[in-house]
Write a protein that binds this ligand. Structure first.
Ligand SMILES: [Zn+2]
Ligand SMILES: [Zn+2]
Length: 247
């Protein structure tokens, strides 16, 4: 028996030696500041502390931070004036100067490390609401774009959230059927026109009467999630938009 313990300890030591050697040659670098990070949380503590996480009071509809409490459980002026196509939206932190680099890294370079961290954050913040819904639907990418990008970060995020919440991911229901210009350089009105009618539903029976969570990485003007929600609402009972960051 002791020989088994010794060999397990020996294997453990070899393993930790291998990990530290790997870390020495290929250190995990914080995607925001390039400082080496040893923990599995991907981003250094300093950069985490700079992120502007959403806290109460926030709009009960779109989830945007409100400067002060107007009324308990109230919506912001923008949601009252022009109600969105979704029932509710939540995001974890502001898309701003501090989070831009992190989101860019997640979109273009990271496949799973950050996705699992983001999924944990989202579930910690909004787990109670997530549990009220049935299925997860990622914002789709046009197949040509996916070929260029290699992966759809919203799908990766949905898969990680599925592991934590136990909700099923439906990647084939919502489709991007029309190639659209990049939203970055367009005005709010142009963004709306750009994405309108660019999404389509396949297998509507899979979401008929269901409460669906639409997963996106970052939402700036909400025109993409609004266009998706419009399609989903034709069949789903409720649409909840969940993003990592939003403006
Ligand atoms: Zn950092
Ligand atoms: Zn609002």
């Amino acid at each position: 028996m002791p020989s088994l313990i010794y060999s397990l300890l020996f294997m453990g030591a070899i393993k930790s030696l291998a990990v530290s050697t790997l870390e020495y040659f290929f250190p995990n670098l914080c995607p925001c500041c390039d400082k080496s990070v040893v923990d599995l949380d991907a981003v250094c503590t300093n950069c985490w502390s700079k992120l502007n996480f959403i806290s109460a009071p926030f709009c009960k509809t779109c989830g945007r931070q409100l400067p002060y409490v107007v009324e308990e459980e109230s919506s912001c002026l923008a949601c009252i004036k022009d109600p969105p196509e979704y029932d509710v939206a939540r995001f974890s932190f502001q898309f701003d100067r501090n989070s831009k680099k992190l989101i860019h890294y997640f979109k273009y370079y990271d496949k799973t490390r950050l996705a699992s961290v983001f999924a944990r954050i989202l579930y910690n913040m909004y787990g109670k609401l997530i549990d009220e819904y049935d299925v997860l639907i990622p914002v789709p990418m046009h197949r040509f774009k996916r070929m260029l990008r290699f992966y759809n970060q919203s799908l990766v995020l949905a898969q990680q959230l599925s592991k934590i919440s136990g909700k099923k991911v439906l990647p084939d229901v919502l489709n991007k059927v029309r190639w659209t210009k990049s939203q970055a350089m367009l005005s709010q009105k142009e963004r709306k026109q750009n994405v309108n009618g660019s999404f389509d539903i396949d297998y509507p029976e899979k979401i008929q009467g269901k409460k669906v969570i639409l997963i996106d990485d970052v939402s700036t003007t909400r025109s993409t999630v609004n266009a998706c929600a419009k399609e989903l609402r034709a069949y789903a009972a409720k649409v909840f938009v969940l993003c990592i960051a939003a403006t």
